[in-house]
Every structure is written in C-alpha cells, then in structure tokens.
Write a protein that binds this ligand. Structure first.
Ligand code: SF4
Ligand code: SF4
Length: 396
C-alpha cells in the first residue's frame, strides 16, 4: 500500500490498437487493486465519456472509441452486467456523438447507450458553492460512475480532464445557466468540485494517447501524448496531466479549488505516480514509482500549447471575475465563419453577448461588456472560427 494519499497510474500507449489499449487499462487498474476493489459487480454503472460533439475519433474532440471499448470489455469480463454509457453534449445528441465514434449497443460488450436527456432536480445542501443541480436521470440512478475523460485544453479552465468532465452530468441546455451563475474560472471550478462532492465518481480514466492542444476543447490541434492515466482521485490525475505538459498545477482552478474542497489533491508530496507496463500482466513485475521530473523527461511535452501565464489575483479580484474579463475575450475569424448562429444560440447571457447585427449578412458581433467569458460560443462553433485572444485593446 502506498503511504501517499493518491495514486495515479501512468501507462505508456502509443496507438489506439484495441488489444494494446485494453492491456494498458488492465495494467493501470491492477495497480489500483483491480476494478473489483473499486466497484461491486452488482452495482449499476454509468460510464461517462467526453462526447463534446459528434466528431470523428481522429479529431481528438471526444474520448476515443478504443478506450471506451476497452473499459466495456473489461467490465464485461469481470462480470459487471448493468453498464450504461452516455453524456449530455452541449450541442447535438449523445446518440449522434456515439455514432460518429462507431459505437452502438452491438459494439460495446453489453454496455447500453443511454440518452442522458431527462432532467432530475437534485438538492445538495452540503454544497459549498452550489446547493442544487439539474442532473441527467442516469447520473442520479447509477451506483457507481466511471469518468472516462479526454486530455484537452479548455478556454475557461486551461485544461479539461477528470474534474471538468463531470459538467456533462448537468442536463442539456441547463449547462448554459450554470455559466451565468458561476461566471468565472474560479467559481466555475468550485461548482465542478461540488458536482464531484455530490456524485462521487469512483474511477477516472484519461485518454491521453492523442490529446488536444491549442484552441480546445473543440477546435484545437490533435497532439500525441501517448499515455493513459488512471486514478480514483480526479485532482491528482489532472495534476499528473499538468506535469506532462509542464503546466504549474496550481494555476489550474479545477486543481486548486478541487484540492481546497476536498475532492482530491494537487500536492506533489501526496501523489504517487506509478509507471505501469503495457501488457496487462500483474504489475508486481512491471510497474514502479516514478518522480514527476522523470515522468516529464520520458513522456512530457514542454511545448504543448496551453495557457501557462500566472495571473496575479488580489483578494478582491479573486472571485469577481475581473481578471478573467480583462485577460482574454472571444474573437471570430470572419473568414471561417459561416453565419450559422450556433454561437448566438449557446450564449447563456440574458440578451446575448454575441449577436447578428444585420440579419445573417455578416458574422455575429460581440458585446464585450455583457460577455462573461464562459467560452460556450467558442466551444460550440462547428467551424472552429472562434478563439480566445489576449488583451482588451488588442487589434486583430
Ligand atoms: S458558430 Fe461559428 S460559424 Fe456559426 S455564426 Fe458563430 S462564429 Fe460563425
Ligand atoms: S459571447 Fe461567448 S464567451 Fe461571451 S458570454 Fe456569450 S457564449 Fe460566453
């Protein structure tokens, strides 16, 4: 047993070859004591991928089907019979996103696709920042959740990983209201931590074989990182992701707030990183503890395109969102925009902070005074025409 608080298994994996991915996940789970130590066979399981939108697997927008199929296969082989899978994408349907990955009830080793479209209001009086949620029914009705997230960048939170992926528990369009209620990266991260405190996902598996850098989570560049990460601690897992891309874990709000709110740890001396073999065998022979420096030397990418600046927040600015507002703003590339209006539809601000000014004769225009910098517009733009730019007075 590790003396450290949290273990993160790192399994090198340089392709989406199905047998290889399966063996890697098996190896990582062995390091955590096996799936049986985490979930009982008679429990109702929800496997929650990142299905941001209907996108081909090679775009790295969604959890790769090989990773999901490996999880389903492992659960089936270990005797788990009540397994559902789904997500609540911000745009489009769960079924559409799964179809784009080539997944359906016939290709998921007995796991059943579930729509995640019915809302159940959930009171959470223990919430530190959020005391009620509108969760998808499947979240409320499951006994154990397996969070199968994707290694990507994120315009609001810098990265999206294990902590951020639970926002898909919130049902459909109700996500937009959350952005208005929690309008900056810090309070939004605290709300995400409350979702973890309310729903207690048991296991977190990150697909970092082909990651996404740059303009994530929907319009970035696929970049091989060649790893899978597995942990029962979402913050520790995301912290190890930060080590791999040379990003100070403390500048990621989901890490710092997640640690403060007790859903995990981003403290180096509390995290044991275990490098596992890729053959699915008992890890006694093939795994060893590794330092974060050694991890970076072997598998890291210091030029991974992610925001690394360290905003200096005063006490007063900390929760006001002021720094968030002056630091960056969304910008539309007119050459890429097809004037579809999806960004306008998804802007959660009453009265809209992005709108067409002359019908659809020209791209929508921002009102930066209204804009809360939630980046829902950037996340949902199907043409990748929106990106965050720095500096309030910058000319483009
Ligand atoms: S969603 Fe993208 S392509 Fe559509 S109108 Fe907005 S900026 Fe243009
Ligand atoms: S314009 Fe975009 S970033 Fe600004 S509030 Fe609306 S959706 Fe959010």
């Amino acid at each position: 047993m590790s003396a450290k608080r949290s273990t993160v298994a790192v399994i090198p994996c340089d392709s989406y070859d199905e047998e290889k991915v399966y063996n890697c996940i098996k190896s990582g789970l062995n390091e955590l004591g096996g799936i049986g130590a985490i979930i009982k066979p008679d429990e109702k399981i929800l496997v929650k991928p990142n299905l941001l939108s209907a996108a081909a697997p090679e775009k790295a927008v969604t959890t790769h089907p090989a990773v999901l199929r490996a999880v389903f296969r492992l659960l089936a082989e270990e005797g788990y019979t009540d397994v559902k899978t789904g997500d609540s994408p911000g745009h489009g349907s769960c079924e559409g996103a799964m179809k784009a990955l080539g997944l359906n009830d016939d290709t998921m080793f007995g796991a059943k696709l579930t729509p995640m479209s019915e809302n159940v209001h959930t009171d959470f009086p223990e919430g530190l920042t959020c005391k009620e949620f509108d969760f998808c029914r499947e979240v409320v009705e499951s006994d154990a959740i397996i969070n199968v997230c994707k290694m990507k960048t994120h315009a609001l939170e810098r990265i999206t990983g294990a902590v951020k992926n639970v926002y898909g528990f919130v049902c459909g369009y109700r996500k937009a209201a959350g952005h208005v209620k929690f309008p900056n990266d810090t309070v939004f991260a605290r709300m995400l931590a409350d979702i973890h405190r309310c729903t207690h996902p048991r296991l977190h598996i990150m697909d970092g074989i082909m990651a996404m850098e740059g303009n994530g989570p929907g319009a970035g560049t696929p970049t091989p990182m060649n790893v899978l990460l597995i942990s029962t601690d979402p913050v520790a897992l995301d912290t190890v992701y930060c080590y791999l891309i040379n990003l100070d874990p403390e500048v990621v709000p989901t890490n710092s707030q997640g640690t403060r709110m007790g859903i995990g740890t981003d403290k180096e001396d509390e995290i044991e990183i275990v490098l596992c073999d890729s053959n699915g065998q008992n890890t006694d022979a093939g795994s060893r503890t590794i330092t974060k420096d050694e991890l970076f030397e072997k598998y890291g990418n210091g030029s991974f395109d992610v925001g690394r600046d360290k905003p200096k927040k005063t006490f007063l600015m900390k929760y006001s969102g002021f720094m968030t507002k002056i630091a960056r703003r969304p910008f539309i590339d007119k050459d890429k925009c097809v004037k579809c209006g999806i960004c306008v539809d998804h802007c959660p601000v009453p009265g809209k902070a992005v709108e067409f000014k002359n019908g659809k004769t020209s791209p929508p225009v921002y009102d930066y005074k209204k804009c809360i910098r939630c980046y829902c517009c950037q996340e949902m733009c199907p043409r990748h025409a929106i990106r965050p730019v720095r500096g309030l007075f910058r000319k483009h």
